[in-house]
Design a protein around this ligand. Structure first.
Ligand SMILES: [Zn+2]
Length: 384
């Protein structure tokens, strides 16, 4: 009775010859791939390789397995690793003898393990190979210096902030480069820039800085005569218009630009009412207020008459501002839960204009402070 195997038809002389041809072809391919093996060398896989028992092609190791000449993936991988393992043992032994960090780096980067092998004294695996130290390799960060890009520099020189962000690769690329310290051309202290950061550690230079191009936003009720820089003004108009069209009601501007002298008055009133410590939680000292940049506005809800700042939270307008202001380039600068970073109690009404590109990035990353966004230190208190 014919013996039937589960793996395929019984072998005939013809199929045996074919199998041998395939094996020889496969062996040829294996020889051809040795240089690839060398390139794939990694000392990290060494211990497993050494204990792996199966160094034969799958066709020889498992007669009932895949057809002759075809390596099962597991065996093919092990075969490759085993070759690499032998090279690895030689290489690591050479490294241990040399005691050179540079050699480790060269090896791990795949640079010419054969050259190191030439210096190795033995071909046998060393004892206690399982306990060979794993080399520590310092990864060099990929260069992300946006200031090396001519288009970024050109946009900065043209004072085209949005263009600079675009040339840097977009809002997230810009943010990441700044936060990583790879953007020496981006000055977070420059109050003329969209990305200026003003906080209790970062006062204006000059301290009585006064922005150019202030204007009242079209179509926005401005309760205290608040003006904004022209780009922020247009963005306030766009946001208030969108809220009205969305059916959430009117949003008015209570307070916007405040000069150094007017901030002296504002802060002084808070100190008189609640003492300096209390005032510092709700009002900036003169020279430290975002309002002085012309890029910040406090908004209130209106329904015929307008409410107070405290009325915004929980109003339809407040909910809409929290969800959509970023679409117009604004962020809620003093967020709930960020007091330890910003130094201010939550102010859902205080909006800061950073432009649509950065505001989108801020929103998408669920950031809650500009300090964290740009990788800056927390600034909960003034540096006395
Ligand atoms: Zn404010």
């Amino acid at each position: 009775m014919a013996r039937v195997t589960a793996s395929g038809p019984p072998e005939t002389p013809v199929t045996r010859r074919a199998a041998r041809a395939l094996r020889e072809e496969a062996d040829g391919r294996a020889r051809d791939t040795r240089s690839d093996d060398a390139r794939a060398f990694s000392p990290f896989v060494l211990p497993d390789d050494l204990v792996g028992p199966d160094m034969r092609p799958a066709s020889l190791a498992r007669p009932g397995g895949p057809p002759a000449g075809v390596f099962a993936p597991r065996h093919a991988g092990r075969r490759r690793l085993t070759r690499a393992g032998v090279v690895g043992v030689i290489a690591v032994a050479g490294v241990l003898l040399a005691g050179s960090t540079a050699a480790v780096t060269a090896l791990v980067s795949g640079a010419q393990p054969a050259a190191v092998a030439a210096t190795a004294p033995v071909l046998e695996p060393p004892p206690n190979v399982d306990r060979l130290p794993v080399p520590r390799v310092e990864q060099k960060p990929v260069s992300n210096d946006i200031c090396a890009k001519p288009d970024v520099i050109a946009a900065l020189e043209a004072h085209d902030d949005a263009g600079a962000i675009l040339a840097a690769g977009g809002g997230e690329a810009f943010r990441a480069a700044v936060a990583a310290g790879a953007a020496s051309c981006v000055d977070l202290d420059d109050p003329t820039r969209l990305w200026v950061v003003v906080n209790k550690h970062r006062q204006y230079v000059p301290i009585d800085y006064w922005p150019a191009g202030l204007m009242f936003p079209d179509g926005v009720r401005s309760l205290e005569g608040g003006s904004l820089r022209s780009d922020a003004s247009a963005a306030m108009t766009a946001m208030v218009t969108a809220a009205r069209e969305a059916g959430v009601g009117e949003i008015a501007l209570l307070s916007a630009f405040r000069s150094y002298p007017s901030q002296e008055d504002t802060y002084g009133r808070h100190v008189a009412a609640r003492g300096q410590e209390g005032a510092d939680q709700v009002s900036a000292r003169p020279g430290y207020s975002e309002h002085q940049s012309g890029l910040a506005g406090d908004v209130v809800p209106c329904a015929g008459t307008c409410g107070s700042l405290d009325d915004l939270a929980g109003s339809p307008q407040g909910d809409w501002v929290a969800a959509h202001s970023w679409e117009y380039g604004w962020i809620v600068r003093y967020a709930d839960g960020a007091t330890d970073v910003t130094g201010y109690l939550p102010e859902p009404w205080h909006l800061r204009y950073i432009g649509p590109e950065l505001a989108r990035t801020y929103h998408d990353g669920a950031w809650t402070s500009l300090e964290a966004f740009f990788g800056l230190e927390a600034a909960p208190n003034y540096v006395e």
